[in-house]
Design a protein around this ligand. Structure first.
Ligand code: FFO
Ligand code: ATP
Length: 228
């Protein structure tokens, strides 16, 4: 008989299908309106304000929170911006490469799934990247997902890119960055809805247009409540 752990991939596949069907019904205007509220909430967070290095995904045309305005806000600030680039599609490996300004961002080309990704060099110089040497470049990661639940589990697209990236980054004695999931209303499910495997990382926070959820056991809890 199959064990519970063995049944998880199948349950995740089914959940992905169900949530994705709902997401495909949201208009692009609906996504914009929700994303605007989420951006304002992120900008008000103490963990965001104090961060120096932020990894933020470049959103796909549909089905996830748009990051266009938060990315612009990061580039206009003193913070450094890093964005994901898939390196080995077979093994689900990615790294996060630095973007050096609006002009750099505007010149990125869309790849698979309409996701914009940087080349590993810019103007002939290799870009700084998160897994490079022993540098601790990231304080904060803003993550995409297919869905989240109220126990802070995240369901991705099933390739394990983020789970592996966070594991690699947090090895080498680096501090684990604060993990903040960006969620449309339709992506937030009830507590325990998403089955967790051993390699899955729990979010520290989930931001929706209506709520900022902070995991009770997270270090972030104290930092967020003491300064608000
Ligand atoms: N905007 C954005 N960028 C991101 C992510 C994301 O979710 N959103 N990712 C978060 O991880 C990574 C890319 N994730 C990907 C996950 C799967 C496939 C892919 O090849 N999918 C197959 C179908 C998979 C299946 O259903 O079996 C395909 O399109 O053929 C591509 C990229 C890194 N960048
Ligand atoms: N740290 C890891 N080391 C080895 N394998 C991993 C690791 N993380 C994930 N995997 C493998 O990657 C596959 C996809 O995992 P999972 O279904 O949890 O992806 P996901 O979190 O939904 O997707 P994504 O992170 O791409 O958004 C699984 O087969 C899993 O065993």
């Amino acid at each position: 008989m199959a064990t519970i752990q063995q049944l998880i991939p199948q349950q995740k596949r089914l959940l992905r299908k169900t949530v994705s069907a709902g997401l495909s019904l949201i208009s692009s205007n609906g996504i914009e309106v929700q994303s605007h509220k989420i951006t304002e909430r992120i900008r008000a967070l103490p963990v965001f304000k104090s961060s120096q290095g932020v990894c933020c995904y470049l959103s796909m045309p549909s089905g996830e929170v748009s990051t266009a305005s938060i990315v612009s806000a990061i580039l206009k600030s003193e913070k450094r911006l890093f964005v994901p680039k898939m390196l080995n599609k077979k093994e689900g490996m990615m790294d996060c490469f630095e973007i050096y300004g609006e002009e750099d961002l505007a010149s990125l080309l869309s790849g698979q799934w309409g996701i914009k990704e940087p080349e590993t060099s810019w103007n002939g110089t290799p870009r700084t990247h998160a897994l490079q040497d022993d540098n601790e470049l990231l304080d904060l990661i803003l993550l995409p997902a297919v869905a989240y639940d109220r126990s802070f589990s995240r369901l991705g697209h099933g390739k394990g890119y983020y789970d592996r990236f966070i594991a690699s980054y947090s090895a080498n004695d680096r501090h684990r960055p604060v993990l903040v999931g960006l969620s449309l209303r339709e992506q937030l499910l009830g507590s325990g809805a998403i089955p967790m495997s051993d390699h899955d990382w729990r979010m520290d926070m989930i931001i929706t247009p209506d709520e900022v959820l902070i995991r009770a056991e997270s270090d972030v809890k104290e930092r967020e409540s003491s300064s608000s």
